[in-house]
Design a protein around this ligand. Structure first.
Ligand SMILES: Nc1nc2c([nH]c(=O)n2[C@H]2C[C@H](O)[C@@H](COP(=O)(O)OP(=O)(O)OP(=O)(O)O)O2)c(=O)[nH]1
Length: 153
């Protein structure tokens, strides 16, 4: 069986310990995904560390530097399924330098209160990730707790 291509995504939060807002990005390409919201990021290149790919993608797409925090792993599989071709891993991250601006992958970025996440029209594969976030929000997005409850496989 062929390995799926790994996509990495950033859950950009205002504070890694006590997040209250999250930066969602609206895709502008390809046409079938345009207008839907996602966790900015992209494909890991051959030989690249996933978190290095995340830092690279966020610099390319939003022109900011980030610190990578805890991973939000799929509770059973580790990776979040996207399609027969792609699987995704996502991490909480914090911006350490710069102001996020959409480059060529997005036409909007929006800081969203964690309570309003369900209002956005997310990419289909991201809905499960958002649901996992929403389930955890009453616990103030306790990222250490996340790490304990969703250990990487
Ligand atoms: N970045 C990202 N991609 C996602 C998410 N959810 C989801 O289904 N995808 C899909 C969309 C794409 O089909 C696939 C790859 O993502 P991408 O197009 O952002 O990758 P990339 O930046 O490396 O792409 P490119 O420069 O080669 O065009 O993953 C998400 O939350 N973030």
């Amino acid at each position: 069986m062929t390995e799926k291509i790994l996509v990495v995504g950033a859950i950009i939060v205002d504070d890694l310990d006590r997040p209250t807002r999250l930066l969602a990005a609206r895709r502008c390409r390809p046409a079938e995904l345009a207008g839907r919201w996602e966790f900015p990021g992209g494909k890991v290149e051959p030989g690249e560390e996933p978190t290095a790919a995340l830092i690279r993608e966020i610099a390319e797409e939003l022109r900011v530097e980030i610190e990578v925090g805890a991973e939000l792993a799929h509770p059973a599989a580790g990776c979040w399924p996207i399609s027969s071709v792609y699987a995704m891993r996502v991490w909480f991250v914090r911006i350490t330098s710069g102001e996020p601006v959409p480059a060529d992958s997005h036409d909007a970025v929006r800081w969203t209160e964690t309570s309003d996440l369900g209002q956005l029209d997310w990419l289909p594969a991201d809905v499960a990730v958002v649901q996992a976030l929403v389930r955890e929000i009453p616990e103030k997005l306790d990222v250490d707790g996340f790490r304990a409850r969703h250990p990487r496989l």
